[in-house]
Design a protein around this ligand. Structure first.
Ligand SMILES: Cc1cc2nc3c(=O)[nH]c(=O)nc-3n(C[C@H](O)[C@H](O)[C@H](O)COP(=O)(O)OP(=O)(O)OC[C@H]3O[C@@H](n4cnc5c(N)ncnc54)[C@H](O)[C@@H]3O)c2cc1C
Length: 295
């Protein structure tokens, strides 16, 4: 099937989308966004430095129509989510968002009810647009590089007045293999430093529940959950987090959850593989000491 990926030139994101694309074709085409060189081997490769969805929709939809793509794949990130809906309308296509699995025969899986259930669906009406959840698919090795054809920029609907780079030290939450998340139980902004001492030796990242974000202890970009980031680490520490369904929706694909909470009735223990019923102010320093000895 004629397949195209639309994505910024980030090797992690591209690697996962190439794996998805290979369920539909041997070599996908690509519309590569943003700055950088394009890693990997693609069929036709188009490029634009534009990354604002509203400015991309009309040019990209014309290109997609002209080329006659049947499958259009992007990540379920801000750009992908911003593009997918308008493209589906302009192309009179079908859209499945937050894809977590592609089975034979064009059967697509996505989570439902805050990831409490998985829906399998098959849609006949093409083009089929898929936004794919991060870290649900293995990364393709992206061998070689591909020359790109520059797309002419259309008139801008949204004009970028200023760019402020978000200060992000360490690994982005979506890519982290170990995440240490603090909730409202942490009590104040200063105590989040303690969580950094758990994350750092494990090469992990620190996250926050909405409770902690609402208190102003951590910026919203660190929020994990239904209205925050969807993450899928191998190990997820939830410290002083109650385990509300909206939080759990963001960690549905975390492999091993370790919960530290002083309330043994806290819902997070229903999701955890390992649970420590204790004041985190006692448990976390003990964990840090252990890591200093072992790692
Ligand atoms: C539409 C909508 C979307 C939402 N989206 C999100 C989302 O994306 N992400 C998200 O996280 N939430 C989200 N929420 C909010 C969610 O419902 C919860 O309110 C929130 O997750 C609670 O955060 P919390 O667990 O940190 O705080 P709390 O529920 O206040 O829990 C704090 C926990 O800390 C424990 N604790 C307290 N002191 C200590 C201590 N010293 N040691 C150990 N444990 C301690 C307590 O026992 C308690 O279990 C959303 C809600 C709505 C309505």
């Amino acid at each position: 099937m004629k397949t195209v990926i639309i994505e910024i030139m980030d090797p992690n994101r591209l690697g996962e989308l190439v794996t998805v694309s290979k369920k539909f074709c041997d070599t996908p085409d690509i519309i590569a966004l943003g700055k950088g060189d394009l890693p990997g081997t693609f069929g036709k490769a188009f490029h634009t430095s534009e990354t604002i969805s509203a400015n991309l929709v009309s040019d990209i939809s014309e290109l997609l129509k002209k080329e006659g793509y049947e499958i259009i794949i992007m990540s379920a990130t801000t750009i992908g989510t911003g593009l997918a809906g308008p493209l589906a309308v302009r192309l009179s296509g079908s859209l499945i968002s937050e894809v977590t699995g592609v089975l034979p025969d064009l059967v697509i899986e996505r989570p439902l009810y805050g990831a409490k259930a998985v829906m399998q669906c098959k849609i006949e009406k093409k083009p089929l647009i898929l936004t794919v959840r991060r870290k649900y698919f293995e990364k393709d090795m992206l061998e070689g590089t591909t020359e790109t054809i520059e797309l002419p920029g259309g008139p801008e609907k949204v004009i970028l007045l200023a760019e402020k780079e978000e200060k992000q030290e360490g690994i982005p939450l979506e890519d982290a293999d170990v995440i240490v998340t603090g909730g409202r139980g942490i009590g104040n902004a200063e105590n989040f430093a303690m969580l950094q001492d758990v994350a750092a030796p494990l090469n992990g990242a620190v996250g926050a529940s909405r409770g902690a974000v609402d208190e102003g202890w951590m910026p919203p970009t660190f929020q994990i959950g239904q209205t925050g980031k969807i993450v899928a680490p191998s190990v997820y520490f939830a410290v002083g987090v109650s385990g509300a369904s909206q939080h759990l929706a963001g960690i549905a694909n975390a492999k091993c959850v370790v919960a530290i909470n002083k309330d043994e009735e806290a819902n997070i223990f229903n999701r955890a593989r390992f649970g420590i019923v204790m004041d985190y102010k006692k448990a976390v320093p003990a964990l840090i000491d252990l890591l200093k000895k072992e790692v």
